[in-house]
Write a protein that binds this ligand. Structure first.
Ligand code: ADP
Ligand code: MG
Length: 257
């Protein structure tokens, strides 16, 4: 596998919590421009893998590289700066803040960090300029996901599906290249589900790469060209949707528990 066309490479990833091994020697890579599925029974280690890739958890061992740079153990905002972000299985919006305020929170840390390194004349103007840029990007994202009419609504008043749209819109505030989606369709009604999938495909056409955790095999079959199957913390199989669903070990992992 050529690192040049596989921006994200995970090697021998392991994560233990006390006596529990959540991720057990998992290795895989994600092809540039792909919509890759990551599937596996509950508890297979999918979310923990995302956490280890994006700096939410420090892996016990193993290596994560992004465009050849070792990002293992880096902070989430540093990884986001490189162009790699994730969404959470349980959307993480702040209910007491408006949708727009939530959008503006997303990349704050990064802007702040850039500014502390920029103690130069004209700093004040640059702060204002960046705020305006962020605000414009926030509106663009809200329009793209068709939740701009909810900009002034408290995030806590959104429906489950709208929260998922906000979660994705927020993740895109840093203009990432690779996006890890942890069950973005869970609890989303069929209309919004279609909207979200359309948006994912549109973003792909613009050059984004996605790794998608999803339980619904129909969604995986209809949207992903490559699928990675995790089971008990390890990669059990990978291939086209047809290949993995006809793989006896995969059928066994799902049906045999
Ligand atoms: P999946 O997303 O595939 O359903 P997870 O990665 O959430 O699986 O969980 C994998 C295993 O790791 C499960 O046994 C889960 O209980 C355990 N686990 C996940 N996060 C933690 C944590 N923060 N502390 C302890 N155990 C955890
Ligand atoms: Mg999970």
């Amino acid at each position: 596998r050529d690192a040049a066309d596989h921006p994200l490479v995970v090697e021998n990833l392991r994560k233990t919590f006390g006596g529990i091994t959540a991720v057990d020697d998992a290795s895989f890579s994600v092809a540039e421009g792909s919509l890759t599925g990551l599937i596996g029974p509950n508890g297979a280690g999918k979310s923990t893998t995302f956490n280890c890739i994006t700096g939410v958890h420090e892996p016990t061992s193993g290596r994560v590289t992004f465009h050849g740079t070792d990002i293992t153990g880096m902070a989430t905002h540093e990884i986001a700066q490189q162009g790699l972000v994730r969404t959470f299985q349980i959307a993480r919006e702040l209910p007491e803040m408006t949708v727009l305020e939530n959008m503006m929170l997303a990349p704050k840390g990064q802007v702040g960090e850039r500014l502390t390194n920029a103690l130069v004349p004209g700093l004040r103007d640059r702060v204002v300029e960046q705020e305006e840029e962020l605000l414009e990007r926030a509106w663009q994202q809200l329009e793209f996901f068709e939740i701009d009419h909810l900009a002034e609504e408290y995030a806590g008043n959104l429906s489950g599906g709208q929260r998922k749209l906000l979660e994705m819109a927020r993740a895109l505030m840093t203009d990432p290249e690779v996006v890890l989606l942890d069950e973005p369709l869970a609890g989303v009604n069929p209309t919004l589900e279609e909207k979200l999938l359309d948006r994912i495909h549109e973003l792909r056409e613009r050059g984004n790469t996605f790794l998608l955790v999803e339980h619904d095999m129909d969604v995986i079959m209809n949207n992903c060209e490559h699928v990675i199957v995790m089971h008990q913390g390890s990669v059990l199989a990978e291939g086209t949707p047809e290949q993995v669903t006809s793989d006896e070990r995969v059928v066994e992992a799902y049906l045999g528990g």
